[in-house]
Ligand binder design. Structure first.
Ligand SMILES: [Zn+2]
Ligand SMILES: [Zn+2]
Length: 314
């Protein structure tokens, strides 16, 4: 914890008084160096909800006092082939909150006005924060997995992000099969509408049309691949993953697919936040004051969090 000069918004930027900031596994991977730092020192935190307190020149979209969200994608170039195709999540010069730009483990922060998000009124600041990373990227993972309404979906690993994806999939009428090590998480999955919950080594009772892996463990990807039907896709929701063990080609044969999920687009965020308000999605937050950020990260590292950890600033 340290004092730094308050950031000032440049052209097309806004200054935000932070109300709440979610604690994500990616923050832990950055703090511990599993993801190499791009800039040091850096303020982590990329699930930020706060209010606009100053506008840089040229900002038209927001007014002082507006509630905004800031998530992982902090900016993209807007002109490269990926950006023009609507895949700004793949932009080579994309910048990320808490990695390239200072994030929300702070009283105030500055963000690009065009990358700040509107937060539906249905959610309080603390409820909205966990939606901004785990929720949005979980939603993109569902899209990448190709799961269709009514289909059979596997979720491997059941933390904060999977809990949100489960609620979207149940809303779409999917049958959801959850694999996780923890007995408490299995109970929670069933409580939130999963059709089945078991361990990573327990084969689900039916073939799955698609699966999303959330656990940052390569062997879980192979378990998911073993459970899907021909033509199904496993989407890997992880920015950092242990080595995937060698597996038999038979597991991939018959047009099964394996895809990673990288970041999200502003369109994913807008779609997901609208859907989250419509369902409405329930978030389970474990709240810490800002000065207990290290404790929250330690608990995440030891698997000792029951919901999504959220820091509150005052
Ligand atoms: Zn995150
Ligand atoms: Zn670009």
């Amino acid at each position: 914890m340290t004092d730094v000069p308050a950031p000032k918004p440049g052209p097309d930027e806004i200054e935000i008084e932070v109300a709440a900031c979610g604690v994500c596994r990616t923050d832990l991977q950055l703090v511990e160096g599993d993801l190499p730092a791009r800039r040091l020192p850096i303020v982590p935190g990329h699930q930020v909800v706060g209010r606009v307190v100053a506008l840089g020149s040229g900002v038209r979209r927001w007014n002082i006092g507006d509630r905004v969200g800031v998530a992982w994608l902090a900016g993209a170039c807007g002109v490269c082939a990926h950006c023009r195709a609507g895949d700004e999540n793949l932009c080579e010069s994309a910048e990320f909150t808490g990695w390239d730009r200072d994030g929300g483990y702070a009283d105030t922060m500055v963000a690009r006005a065009d990358f700040a998000l509107s937060i539906p009124d249905a959610f309080s600041d603390v409820e909205a924060a966990p939606l901004l990373c785990g929720g949005v990227i979980g939603y993109r993972s569902l899209k990448i997995s190709g799961i269709r309404p009514g289909g059979r979906l596997g979720l491997y690993g059941f933390g904060a992000s999977a809990l949100l994806a489960l609620q979207v999939a149940v809303h779409w009428g999917c049958e959801v099969y959850v694999a996780t090590r923890s007995t408490a998480e299995r109970m929670r999955a069933l409580e939130f509408g999963a059709a089945w919950a078991g361990g990573y080594d327990d084969p689900p009772p039916v073939g799955l049309d698609a699966a999303v892996t959330f656990a940052p463990v390569g062997s879980v990807v192979v378990a998911a691949l073993s459970a899907i039907v021909p033509g199904g896709t496993v989407a890997i929701n992880a920015i950092h993953l242990d080595e995937i063990p060698a597996f038999d080609y038979d597991l991939l044969w018959r047009e099964r697919g394996l895809r990673s999920v990288a970041n999200f687009t502003r369109r994913d965020a807008a779609e997901f936040l609208g859907l989250a308000a419509e369902i409405p999605i329930r978030t389970v937050a474990d709240v810490y004051p800002l000065d207990a950020a290290n404790l929250a990260l330690e608990r995440l590292a030891s698997g000792d969090v029951s919901g999504a950890a959220v820091l509150t600033m005052r």
